[in-house]
Design a protein around this ligand. Sequence first.
Ligand code: EPZ
Length: 448
Amino acid sequence: MCESQTIGHTIFAIILYYKGDAEIMAKFIVEHSENLSGCIKISGSKNAVLPILAASILTEKECLLHQVPALTDVYAMITILENLGATVTFDTKKETLKICSGVLKKQEEEYELAEKMRASFLIMGPLLAKYKQAKIPLPGGCPIGTRPVDLHLKGFLALGCKIKQEHGYIDITTKGLKGANIYLDFPSVGATENIMMAATLANGVTMIQNAAAEPEISDLAAFLKKMGADIEGEGTDTIVIRGVKELNGTEHTIIPDRIEAGTFMTAAAITNGDIILENINEEHLKPIIAKLSETNVKIEMVKEGLRIYRKGKLQPIHLKTMPFPGFPTDMQAPFMSLMTMIKGTSLVTETVFENRFQHVSELKRMGANIKIESRSAVIEGVDKLTGSQVKATDLRAGAALILSALAAEGKTEISDIYHVERGYYKIEEKLKSLGAKILRCEDDNEES
Ligand code: EPZ
C-alpha cells in the first residue's frame, strides 16, 4: 500500500484512539420508537476479525479478507500491525481488507496502542511462532472485569517459552516452540486463540483441552487451515494442532457477527417490531434463539434470513451466561433491557465475567427495577421506562441502553458512545432504517 494510506490509517486510528473532543462528546439522542420493521444486513464479526488480523503475522504473504466491519477496534488492530511493519489496504465500502505482514521490523507493541484494546494481546502467539519473541504491554482490566492472561501464559510456558514481566510489559522468548498438552482451567476464548495460533508453527503436536468452542474460534481455525495449518477439533473442547514449517497467504470471508444479530433481534422484541436479519448463521444464534423464544418472541427462518416478531404477551425467564454453546455473556446486557419490560420476575446470572452488571445502575435511572445479588440480578418487569441522560460504560452496556431508550417514553441521551462504536458498525443508521428515532450528535450539533 502507498505510504499515504498507512499514514491515513494511523492518523484515523490515533484520532479515534486519543478520542478528540468530538469523539468524547459524541452521544446518541434516542426517542421512543415502536414497531421497528424492515430488513438489515448483519456485518462481519468483530470477535472473529480481530484474531484473524493477528494471525496474518504468521505468513509473509498477503491475505485478503472479506466482510470486514470498519469498527474502531478493527482500526486499532490495523494500527498495531502497521506499527510493527505490516502493510494494510482497507476498502471500507467493499469491506475488503488486504494485509501483508511480510517480515515485521519489530516484535514490540506500543503501550499507547495496546492499552486501549485488550485484544491487542492476541498478537503474542503469532509473534512467538514466527519470530520466537514478543514484548507486549500487560493488558489492563476493563469495566467488566480484571481480564487476567494467566491461561495464555500457561500455554506459552508449556510450548517452551521463557516469560519475564517487568515495567508493565510481558517479554517472552523461545528457542523454538514445541508441541505440548495444555489444559485450560477456564475455556478462555483469547487463550484458546493465542495458543492455537502459536502451535501452528510449533515443532510437534499440541492438544488444547477444555478449549473454548465459540464460532469465532472455528472461524480463526478455518482461516489458519486455508493458510496451511493442520488443525482438528475446533468448535469442540479439544483442539489438536500439528505444527507445520510455514504458512501461506489466503483469502477468507469473516463470519457474521452473532452478537450484533442478537442485539437487533432484541431491538425487534423490545419495540414490538417485526424485522428480518440478512447474513446470519442460524447455528451460531442457537442459544439466543432458544432464550428469546422462551420469552414468547417469535423467530423463524425465512428466505432472506431470520424473521423476529412479537405475538402475544412476553414471559419472564431465567438466564445464565455460559461459554458457547451456552448463552453468550456479550448478550447479557442487551437481553436484560428486554427483561426489564416483561411483567413478572426474571433472573440473570453472569458466570463468565465478575463485574458485568455496569449497565444495571444506568437502566435503573430509566426506571428499571433490578436488584443485584452477587453474580445474579433479579428483575421485576415494569410497565414503562422513561427517557433519561445515561452513560455507556462498556460496549454491550451501551447497546443495552440504546434498546431501553427505544422502548422508553420520551427522549434519552446516551453519552460515551465510543464504547458502542467499538463493536457495532453504523448502529444508528441500521436502527434508523428500521424506523427508530435515533440521532448521533457531536458536541451540541445534531448530526442528521
Ligand atoms: C472474548 O474475550 C471476547 N472478545 C469478549 O467479547 C467475550 O465476552 C469473551 O471472549 C467471552 O466470550 C474478543 O473476542 C475480542 P475470555 P476474552 O478469555 O478472550 C477469564 C465483547 O463485548 N480468564 O474467554 O478476553 C476471564 O477473566 C467482548 O465483544 C482468565 O481467568 O474472554 C473471564 O472471566 C467483551 N485467565 C473469562 O475467563 C485468562 O488467561 C472469559 O474470558 C483468560 C481469561
